[in-house]
Write a protein that binds this ligand. Structure first.
Ligand SMILES: Nc1ncnc2c1ncn2[C@@H]1O[C@H](COP(=O)(O)OP(=O)(O)O)[C@@H](O)[C@H]1O
Ligand SMILES: [Mg+2]
Length: 231
């Protein structure tokens, strides 16, 4: 058994007095795709933030490539090779598309040609300010920017949320090609059908704890998983 690329163990996090993560365990193997599911407010985004050091874990461990990283600053976690595509997309209104794609770029990351071939829309919009982009263009840009940093693991927080069907297809195609290239992904996803078809492994959280974890094929037969996902 080789150690997973990312191993989260007994992770706790608080917002003030509110105990939001109460012992999350999950692992992402190199090249693996893990879907993180759960109702609104379950703690999915906080789990990604705690991995990234945006939220400081109050207990537990996060190991990346065999190194303990819990409590490290976000930029240091990013330099280790974890890229985060947040729900909010974090686009700068006054920077152009191309500026976003060059600012964080690192050796070995995707170059402009590769990005523009993958997302021709970004090529058309390369001189446009971030503030003028549609939601779908912003999401493409956020994922593309992550790929300029040469990550070994990509954390994606509801990347298709609120987007038009054609854009959703484009984002899902991008995720499929990343998977085919061997990129490790931890994906928070509301679209259950896509998550189950795409992921190798599912982790379902509810009220800050893992309520079910297993292969996608077992999900529909697992009564506790259904119960914790039902709205
Ligand atoms: N900045 C914050 N301050 C206080 N509570 C928060 C904050 N962000 C999230 N929460 C709360 O923490 C819980 C988990 O939130 P979140 O991780 O965003 O859930 P999910 O992504 O699964 O919808 C929710 O109850 C939410 O209201
Ligand atoms: Mg969320």
């Amino acid at each position: 058994m080789t150690a997973p690329l990312l191993a989260v163990s007994g992770l706790h996090a608080h917002y003030g007095p509110s105990h939001v993560l109460q012992g999350i365990d999950l692992a992402v193997p190199a090249g693996g795709v893990v879907a993180l599911l759960g109702r609104n407010g379950a703690g999915k985004s906080t789990t990604l933030k705690a991995i990234m050091g945006v939220v400081r874990p109050s207990a537990g461990s996060v190991a990346f490539a065999g190194q303990a990283i819990a409590g490290e600053a976000t930029d240091r976690v990013a330099r280790r090779g974890i890229a985060w595509v947040p729900e909010t997309r974090a686009i700068f209104p006054s920077l152009s598309v191309e500026e976003h794609l060059t600012l964080a770029a690192r050796r070995g990351g995707w170059g402009l040609d590769r990005i523009y071939d993958r997302f021709p829309r970004l090529r058309e919009r390369r001189r446009s300010g971030g503030g003028t982009l549609s939601g779908g263009e912003q999401q493409m840009l956020t994922i593309a920017r992550a790929m300029t940093t040469a990550p070994r693991l990509l954390l994606l927080d509801e990347p298709t949320e609120g987007l038009a069907p054609l854009i959703v297809e484009e984002i899902e195609a991008m995720l499929r090609s990343l998977k085919a290239e061997g990129m490790a992904l931890l994906l928070v996803e509301q679209n259950l059908a896509f998550a189950l078809a795409f992921a190798d492994h599912v982790v379902l959280i509810g009220k800050g704890r893992v309520r079910w974890s297993g292969p996608p094929a077992d999900f529909h037969g697992a009564a506790e998983a259904q119960a914790w996902l039902a709205v």
